[in-house]
Design a protein around this ligand. Sequence first.
Ligand code: GLC
Length: 724
Amino acid sequence: MSAGTDVDALIARMSWTEKLAQLQISYRPRLEDAAELVRAGIGAVFWPRSAEATNELQRVAVEETPHGIPLLIGLDVVHGQRTIFPIPLAQAASFDPAVAETDGRVSAAEAASGGVTWTFAPMIDVSRDPRWGRVAEGFGEDTLLNAVFGAAKVRGYQGSHLADPGSILACAKHYVAYGAAEGGRDYNTVDMSDYRLRNVYLEPFRAAVEAGAGTVMASFNTVAGRPVHAHRQLLTDVLKEEWGFAGAVVGDASGVVNLLAHGIAEDLHDALVQSLSAGLDVEMGGHVVAPDGTSSLTPDDLTVERVDDAVRRVLRLKAALGLFDDPYVDPAAELTAPTAATRAAALEAAERCPVLLKNDGTLPLPERPLRVLLTGPYADSTDHLGAWVQSFGEPAGSLADALRVERPDLELTVLPGASFDGADPGRQAEVTRAAAGSDVVLVAVGEPSHLTGEATSRADLRLPGDQEALVHAVADTGVPFAVVLANGRPLVTSAWIHRAPAVLEAWHLGTEAGPAIARILTGAVNPAGRLPMSFPRSAGQVPVHYDHENTGRPATTGGRMQPLVHDIGLEGPGNVEEWFTSKYRDLPLGPQFAFGHGLSYTTFGYGAPVLSRTEVSADELRGGATVEVSIQVTNTGQRAGDEVVQLYVRDPVASLAQPVRRLRGFRRLRLEPGESATVTLALGWRDLGFWTGRGNEFVVEPGRFELHVGPRLDATQQCDLVVT
Ligand code: GLC
């Protein structure tokens, strides 16, 4: 069956309840339960864990239901199915969208081979709050990174054609602003202006829709008092009518049922009516039609037009996937384990994500025999897969084993010395003794995977358990050491970071984490990751993000604890003007490590930025004109490496307060020692303008724009562009 016209003929033959049954997905994993639901006409189920089981359900749908409509088979394939890639937050740190697209492609091939046709990914929730454990699943605090990486994942999952064997439906989630949950507490309230909603949180979803995402998932939260699952303005007016989204909007798990707890629905029937009327197309939970094939919903509750529209969206996706032509997969071809090629792809991805936060030269390890003490829970832990990995994801090896393979000449001693729960304190003494006989100590610490992802909000962002005590114990020995962090969110490191000569932020890197970290520690790979989220100095500093407004009283010096001396006119840091500015009196200014920060084992030099033109009119920009910013980069060190050139824009005077910086372009490039290259980044209408928050009004206002380009926020060169 082709997409489009035949779908309408099919809808015309369907009964009211048969249509409603297409508007739900059940997550009952047991096959016999699922088969009963399929016979009752349900349109989608979660993956039953194998190609054979999937084929059985598809057979029931095709042969034992009145219209033989095949099923959508959904699953959370977030950063890998069998071969596990780095968590999405780590992928964002690569500043290389190809990493995300490769993950999407490999994951889709593995998942599709087992009969999965729909993944609930990419997650593109901008988040400025690392207390929220789900920051692991998205691409960080920046709107552009989430937009670019989300679109790359959509391309990876969906490929050139949805009907291709290795393609599956993408699902941009969680629409919208879930990452702004108050307090960083999962599922919590979201309330913000349309100005911020449009410019920060909606943009990645607009990009995902432009990239062709087949589905969008509604988020659990309210926006301005209205749960998104029943938010007509967001689900229909913006997503479907303004952006022209022709795919299907799926609810999150029990998101419709949650409308009762939100206090906007009297009962489940009311919740279903409100959500489906608002523009939800598929309810996740199986509450639209009961297993006995009955539903409380009638055409008095929902218009036939609305139901037909939702069914049409679902059936068109099934047609685009080719399911009406052939819903079955070949069990003999099911990919149930990584291959050498997928492992190689995962290793390459994992090597591109770690961020070198600090380094006094302790890293990389010298290429001579060394007595190395490897300590910390991640010394021999294999828990590197991160959040949202299914039980059948390929496990990772340990860092200890990977180091033994990478550098068999090392005299390696492995002593965990601490734990994530601190249940066995006092093991630092044995570590201290072992350190005394070592040339260098590697302290591998972090967060366990289960402490990241959904429902893992943390109020304390420090290393959990007695890991901080371990870092101090090693620092007290005076032996050179480096810290390796394996975690799923920015952590507070202020208690020990000043004592650590070198720190590598390795994230949860997936199946190939061990070799990737080992190859960076030993210098086989030169790290080039950059932070996709700011690292706060304290949980009390959150939210802290680079693209903040200047405020009317920006601070220029750090917190000062001593009282102000009210001698008006005093010059210097004690003066009144500085005192009454936006800062914490008990913290230095700014984050511990800023967005975009990252070091290398080599050094890079920059020429002066050059603009293709220094003046352009708003009309030219609206007509598609661009301004190119070019800059020469040179590897001035002795080792090949990747540099990440970043382009930030500031609109210093506008009708609405603008962020002090907005990332508008970036490029990662490899340079051999002594090699130079010119990077050119283009700026257009979308890059220079902003949403006013008045409906869908987007403007580029005349005036002077500051363009800041360089390797990091605190190392950019400025040039100005005048828009007339
Ligand atoms: C979860 C998550 C969502 C996921 C869904 C299905 O609650 O919020 O991201 O896709 O349920 O597992």
